[in-house]
Design a protein around this ligand. Structure first.
Ligand code: MG
Length: 376
């Protein structure tokens, strides 16, 4: 690993783990976090969880797993160029979506509605809950017992009420402080990854077309460039060549603007970063280009009637599963029944949130099938 900048989060000066453990041998604390995340059950579930397109709609659409890997790739390359800690950004990137419900945003919205009277449901907070509590793999502690810096990076947003209950990782929301540059960076890498892959997946699905996208300045600019350079290129190669240039534009701009802000502020260490204004940022022009792309995706892809139909089904599945379990906790698998004795709504939310898309569909059939065929 190249030498880290003084403002990077250093593994040796980590604020530590909730349960103290001997230092790892042959790898850093943040590498150990990354390794624990990769071996977790929640990480494997990401393969069958989706954001816009449900798993069975096609084999080539992004899943939360491939999305998380793309986020890690983008975040690591920017981290290296800014002298930030690549191991930490990789851990945060691979863990950032662990708390996502099945069926992406519609599943999350439905579960949040179900939990309205019981403290709500927020996927960021759920990701933290997965790594702090729900993974059951180690003898000495619940969860993965990750470092403070990884947990801080996972918790991107949080209400003040929840922040008060969270202790150390909640503090910054009360103090209005920033997280480490690694956490700030991973958040931007997430946006770059999903905006660009939603363009690619949107085109692949046929729900949006190159003609539609020609109205989006950042796409049109790169499409023109590619068509001038390679006049005979078409279909997937044309799309890929355009999307990769867009990603490059966002990555390069984010790197340059952040480098400029960091050198202007010159934070002495990660604590100075925490009390400084946000230092990872796009330039104003590129921020605007990115917003135009997001408006387009919202209007043309996320609100497309076929996406909405799938989202509507997804919400129904989540809502109906939740209320069936709430009315009759004995329908829950035994390990969740035990937890439901203390707090039934939260135990049910944990169970439903942990489901993959296809598991949720299967469970829905098992609970609501009217043919009374034996449970499989
Ligand atoms: Mg994400």
């Amino acid at each position: 690993m190249t030498e880290l900048a003084p403002y990077a989060a250093l593994a040796r000066s980590s604020r530590g783990r909730r349960v103290a453990e001997p230092a790892p041998e042959g790898r850093s604390e943040f590498q150990r976090d990354r390794d624990r995340i990769v071996h977790s059950t929640a990480f494997r579930r990401l393969e069958y969880k989706t954001q816009v397109f449900v798993n069975h709609e096609g084999d080539l659409f992004r899943t939360r797993l491939t999305h998380s890997i793309e986020v890690a790739q983008i975040a690591r390359s920017i981290a290296r160029s800014l002298g930030l800690n690549e191991d930490l950004v990789e851990s945060i990137a691979l863990a950032h979506d662990l708390g996502h419900t099945p069926f992406g945003h519609s599943g999350q919205a439905a579960l949040n509605e179900c939990m309205h009277e019981y403290g709500g449901f927020e996927h960021n907070l759920q990701s933290l809950r997965v790594v702090d509590l729900l993974e059951q793999r180690y003898g000495a502690f619940d969860g993965l017992n990750l470092c403070f810096e990884t947990r801080e990076g996972i918790l991107k947003h949080c209400s003040r009420a929840n922040a008060r209950k969270l202790g150390d990782v909640g503090e910054r929301f009360l103090l209005k402080h920033q997280p480490s540059l690694e956490a700030q960076l991973t958040n931007f890498a997430d946006e770059i990854a999903y905006n660009n892959h939603d363009v690619d997946d949107g085109l692949r699905s046929g729900l949006i077309t190159l003609e539609d996208l020609a109205a989006v300045p950042v796409f049109a600019e790169h499409l023109d460039q590619v068509q001038q350079e390679f006049p005979r290129l078409h279909d997937r190669r044309l799309i890929h060549e355009t999307v990769r240039r867009m990603i490059n534009k966002f990555v390069t701009d984010l790197t340059c603007e952040s480098r400029r802000r960091i050198s202007e502020c010159a934070p002495a260490d990660v604590d100075a970063v925490r009390s400084a204004p946000p230092l990872i940022s796009f330039s104003r022009d590129v921020k605007h280009l990115q917003q135009e792309l997001q408006y387009f995706l919202r209007a043309k892809l996320y609100k497309h009637y076929r996406v909405q139909r799938m989202a509507n089904k997804a919400r129904r599945i989540v809502r109906e599963l939740f209320s069936a379990f709430l009315q009759e906790p004995p329908l829950l698998p035994p390990e969740y029944q035990d937890r439901a004795k203390d707090d039934a709504p939260r135990a049910i939310a944990d169970y439903v949130a942990g489901m993959t898309d296809r598991y949720a569909i299967k469970e829905y059939r098992r609970i609501f099938a009217v043919d009374l065929s034996p449970d499989d």
